[in-house]
Design a protein around this ligand. Structure first.
Ligand code: ADP
Length: 193
């Protein structure tokens, strides 16, 4: 199964993508994770990526599309995958369409996690506090100031993808304000998994 999880920052898409991927025994492809790994390298490229993430901006389409296209060449995606955090712009979505068309593949579903934006800042700040309480380092972009920028980028650049995929008749919407388990159950019902 080839799935996309679409949702605002803090909507829980990372958690849900991981659960669904493990349930279906398919790959979980998180561009946020891939970019954080790239950012951790001490190269000039890594530093550039880190700066973009810390500002709450999006990394350029060219870079992200290249990373995802390369990732989709690996053997472990043959039985399917959950894309988490990609596509994030219409340009990324059309690039993905082309990659899929070249391979004669189609998406099975795009799952939109519907959330109330005003409640998300609290979730993100709580995530950072929890990480610190467990002795882990909080994500560099999990603070109220950067979060507002991430939300803004989402609303301006990513939210249009909801209509994009609705017009392709692959969109499924799930209420993301329920408990994590209820959201997982709703996604599973939606895709019959
Ligand atoms: P969230 O969706 O909760 O903000 P992610 O882990 O998906 O977190 O992404 C973290 C950051 O990585 C984003 O704010 C952005 O800077 C960058 N990023 C992730 N995916 C993409 C993408 N597809 N295109 C551009 N930038 C991306």
């Amino acid at each position: 199964m080839r799935l996309i999880l679409l949702g605002a920052p803090g909507s829980g898409k990372g958690t849900q993508a991981e659960r669904i991927a493990s349930r279906l025994a398919i790959a979980h492809l998180s561009t946020g994770e891939m970019l954080r790994v790239a950012a951790a390298s001490k190269s000039a490229f890594g530093r550039d990526v880190q700066a973009v993430i810390e500002r709450g901006d999006l990394v350029s389409d060219d870079i992200v599309v290249k990373i995802v296209a390369e990732r989709l060449q690996k053997d472990d995606v043959k039985s399917g995958y959950v894309l988490d955090g990609f596509p994030r712009t219409v340009a990324q979505a059309t690039a993905l369409d082309k990659v899929l068309a070249d391979r004669g593949e189609k998406l099975d579903a795009v799952i939109e996690l519907k959330v109330v934006a005003a409640d998300l800042v609290e979730r993100i700040v709580a995530r950072a506090t929890q990480a610190k309480a467990c002795g882990k380092e909080a994500r560099a972009d999990d603070n109220a100031k950067t979060f507002i920028m991430r939300l803004h980028a989402y609303e301006e650049l990513t939210a249009p993808l909801v209509d994009y995929y609705r017009s392709k008749a692959v969109l499924k919407s799930v209420d993301g304000m329920q408990s994590m388990d209820a959201v997982t159950a709703a996604i599973r019902r939606t895709i019959g998994a």
